[in-house]
Design a protein. Structure first.
Length: 591
């Protein structure tokens, strides 16, 4: 145990004093503080670099999306403008007014000269403004008016088609509901939808007022409806030539819990063909719709991180969003951040290496002196251990120290001999493995009592026909064999007292025989009190046991009970057996 303690103290002190002296700790703390401060500054610079890059992209993307938004607004205005020019045409207004007043008596209005003029006017306007699908070669000389997905039509207030261009879709389904539900006197737009042919189209409506009317709902005599494909609208979403390859502008809209991508996407998805759940986490379309004008890093329909911002398109349910892949956009700033961090790391490494080299050079002599000092201390501890073992090994009693887990920390030669184990092998063994469970359990109980009272405890126990007296002395600090931490322990001094106990038992038997002889003599002298002493002795022992007195006290009490009539030996048998009263002289002889 002293050797183990000395070695641990030597190692601990050597480590602490040599490598972590006060000055060394101060130097290490200063270096660590400097590195930490540099790391914070570097991280701040790197973070600000990223923030500057994000701000730059926010401004750049804002310019792009504002330009596209302006182009979309202009495109919508041109569609309304084309229809408004027709609605303001005096000939068209006169024709519609005549029909509304019922002054035209023709049965087939579309065959009249006026209808032909209006049809030509609609056709020219539709062709000029993109409302007319280019005629295929197979349709040029056909005598039929083919159904299509775009065109212009003139309708009366009841929604009846008066004049229409070729290819104008029939007034049914969503188109019919659109015309029917548009309030009189107001222009309107039917949001983009998929025509029967699969094309993405949208419709516009402008009211026609009676000639010389007040342009109020009551003077409306019909409407001009234009249906057209929106491919040229989608072409306005192309990013500028200097934009990254992955930059993309999209029209999106929300329908209940679904976000719909109205325009085509870079991955080849056609318009109106992609819908995503509005609850999709961090979806770029949901962010653009819910946080108009905001800028952030979100996930797009591909699941990639993108920079995104959005703007609402006035007069429509659309939101225009513009996005760029984040890894591509921030690649340059990321490289700069990496260079800054690497530079700081290398600089920190160089500084630390220089400090360590200077420290090692400056303290090498001190380390050598301390090493010599602790070598001397180690030899002193070794000498003390040898002296301690010399003293304890020459003791006739077994002596050993247990830690808080009842493992041997130290034992003398006598303890090893009694256990039949080499003294070097006892360290670390448990009490049960050396003494056996029976003896170990008895000693464990005594150890617990000694540690609880923190006072020495002594007891005599019989093991294998021998009487062993053990003294259990608590120790405040003992190095644990397992954890190597200081814990409470117990010093046990074990003495073979078999001869002493046997001699004491012999004396006790002799004493008991003398007491029994005296009791017998008393009983013979006083036959009237025969067995009285024995009964009192039994009663006395019973009382002592009920009082939980120790065995020695109980034995003494029983002996006292037996000898309670010892005084009768000094009284003659005649007086003890006399019947009747005693005379004064007889009484005096008793006292």
């Amino acid at each position: 145990m002293p050797k183990q303690t000395a070695e641990r103290e030597t190692e601990s002190k050597s480590f602490i004093e040599v490598y972590f002296s006060t000055k060394a700790v101060i130097v290490v703390l200063l270096v660590a503080a400097a590195i930490l401060l540099g790391a914070v500054i570097t991280w701040g610079v790197a973070g600000s670099e990223r923030d500057r890059a994000l701000q730059s992209w926010q401004a750049r993307m804002g310019i792009v999306i504002e330009g596209q938004l302006s182009a979309i607004d202009s495109w919508l205005d041109r569609q309304y403008g084309a229809l408004s020019a027709l609605a303001d045409n005096a000939s068209l207004q006169l024709y519609m007014t005549t029909l509304a007043d019922g002054t035209n008596g023709k049965s087939d209005k579309s065959d009249g000269a006026e209808a032909t003029f209006l049809r030509n006017l609609l056709t020219v306007t539709a062709d000029k403004n993109g409302f007319l699908k280019p005629r295929a070669s197979s349709e040029i000389n056909a005598n039929v008016n083919p159904l299509g997905y775009s065109g212009m039509a003139l309708l009366d207030n009841d929604g009846k088609t008066l004049v229409a261009t070729r290819g104008m879709p029939p007034m049914e389904g969503p188109l019919k509901d659109f015309v029917k539900n548009t309030p009189r006197g107001q222009r309107a737009m039917l949001d983009i939808y998929t025509a029967a042919s699969g094309e993405a189209v949208m419709a516009f409506l402008v009211p026609v007022f009676a000639i010389q009317g007040d342009n109020d709902p009551g003077s409306q005599v019909g409407v001009v409806v234009g249906v057209r494909e929106v491919s040229d609208l989608f072409s306005l979403l192309k990013p500028p030539a200097n934009s990254p390859e992955t930059s993309e502008s999209l029209l999106v809209r929300r329908s209940q819990n679904v976000v719909e991508y109205v325009s085509p996407q870079l991955d080849g998805t056609e318009p109106m063909k992609r819908q995503m759940d509005a609850n999709t986490p961090n979806l770029e379309a949901v962010f653009a719709i819910d946080k108009i004008g905001a800028f952030g890093i979100k996930s797009d329909y591909r699941g990639k991180q993108v920079l995104v911002t959005g703007r609402p398109v006035a007069g429509t349910p659309w939101v225009l969003l513009h996005k760029v892949d984040a890894d591509l956009a921030l690649a340059e700033s990321g490289s700069r951040r990496t260079r800054i961090i690497l530079f700081f790391a290398l600089a920190s490494l160089v500084v630390v290496m220089l400090i360590v080299a200077a420290w090692k050079h400056g303290t090498s002599q001190k380390y050598a002196e301390q090493a010599e000092r602790y070598r001397t201390l180690s030899e002193e501890f070794k000498s003390e251990e040898q002296l301690l073992r010399l003293v304890t090994d020459n003791q006739p009693d077994a002596m050993y120290i247990l830690d808080n887990e009842d493992r041997y920390c130290f034992s003398n030669q006598e303890a090893a001999v009694r256990a039949g184990v080499n003294v070097k092998d006892m360290s670390g063994k448990t009490l049960e493995s050396v003494l056996g469970p029976a003896k170990a359990n008895v000693y464990k109980i005594q150890n617990e009592i000694a540690l609880k009272k923190f006072d020495a405890v002594a007891a005599v126990h019989q093991f294998d026909g021998k009487y062993m007296q053990s003294r259990h002395i608590p120790i405040k600090s003992v190095p644990s064999v397992i954890s190597h931490k200081d814990t409470p322990g117990v010093l046990i001094v074990e003495q073979d007292v078999s001869d002493v106990v046997k001699e004491r038992e012999k004396r006790e038997r002799t004493l008991q025989q003398i007491v029994d002889a005296l009791v017998t003599a008393v009983d013979r002298r006083d036959p009237y009190a025969k067995n009285h002493s024995a009964k009192v002795a039994r009663l006395a022992r019973g009382v002592a046991e009920e009082m939980h007195l120790d065995a020695t006290t109980a034995d003494t009490t029983e002996t006292a009970g037996k000898l309670m009539n010892i005084g009768k030996l000094g009284v003659s048998s005649e007086l003890l057996t006399k019947k009747g009263k005693l005379s004064n002289d007889e009484r005096k002889s008793i006292h």
